[in-house]
Design a protein around this ligand. Structure first.
Ligand code: PGA
Length: 250
């Protein structure tokens, strides 16, 4: 049985004050979240503060990106070892905003994934197509290319220690959610694609859906056979909305 996971990607939002309110609100409602794992991914600067606040709770804390290099003269970067050092044990890798605005190529994403796995962090690997790619019927081709880059570098068994998030780019922050059937089709494609190399890994890997998930559409999305939870952007910035999504995943 795959445990559902709901991860909140806070992106570049918040302040010390608003983040204290947000995490406080999530913690207060955690006893109504029965079986899903809950993870929040604050901006780097606030990770230690959030980690201190969630101590003793079931909330996991992740980063939104990580350097592919180990250490040294890489201005502005944060390494896997640093995340381990503060006991931040998950990291989003290859988010479409990194791919679109910061030049993260499939190759770089694979290197970051490899660094994370090598250092014992759990990567949440994001894949997904652009609107024009969907319209050109290239969704599967794009997702396969993104996965293949990681498999070439790290092998299929690396997915034993990773999470995949399918996030159609046209659904991120746009209010346009993929229909449960559209999402399920791609999730099934991903699982079958992995199964061609390793049925066991495919059966056990958690595949999250991301893209305008809200309390109103979460339950239907999460009820699909191959959807194991969500990666939540906008709706993760509101404690009560985020908790409703976590409850829907349980
Ligand atoms: P959204 O973002 O929920 O605001 O669409 C999802 C994501 O970018 O992970």
């Amino acid at each position: 049985m795959r445990k559902p996971l709901v991860a909140g990607n806070w992106k570049m939002n918040g302040s010390r004050e608003s983040i204290a309110t947000l995490i406080g609100g999530i913690m207060e409602g955690m006893n109504s979240v029965k079986s899903a794992e809950v993870c929040v991914c604050p901006p780097y600067l606030y990770i230690t503060e959030v980690l201190a606040k969630v101590q003793g709770s079931d909330i996991h804390v992740g980063a939104q990106d990580v350097a592919k290099e180990k250490e040294g003269a890489y201005t502005g970067e944060v390494s896997v070892d640093m995340l381990n050092d503060i006991q931040c044990n998950s990291v989003i890798i290859g988010h479409s905003e990194r791919r679109a605005y910061y030049g993260d190529t499939d190759q770089m994403v694979a290197e970051k994934f490899s660094a994370a796995i090598g250092g014992g962090l759990r990567p949440i690997l994001c894949v997904g197509e652009l609107l024009e790619e969907r319209e050109a019927n290239k969704t599967e081709q794009v997702v396969e290319r993104q996965l293949q880059a990681v498999v070439e570098k790290c092998g299929i068994s690396s997915f034993k220690k990773a999470v995949i998030a399918y996030e159609p780019v046209w659904a991120i922050g746009t209010g346009k959610t993929a229909s449960p059937e559209q999402a399920q089709d791609v999730h099934a494609f991903i699982r079958n694609w992995i199964a061609k190399s390793d049925a066991d890994v495919a059966q056990n890997v958690q595949i999250l859906y991301g893209g305008s998930v809200k309390s109103g559409n979460a339950a239907e999305l999460f009820s699909q056979a191959d959807i194991d939870g969500g990666l939540i952007g906008g709706a993760s910035l509101d404690a009560s909305e985020f908790l409703k999504i976590c409850i829907a995943a349980g």
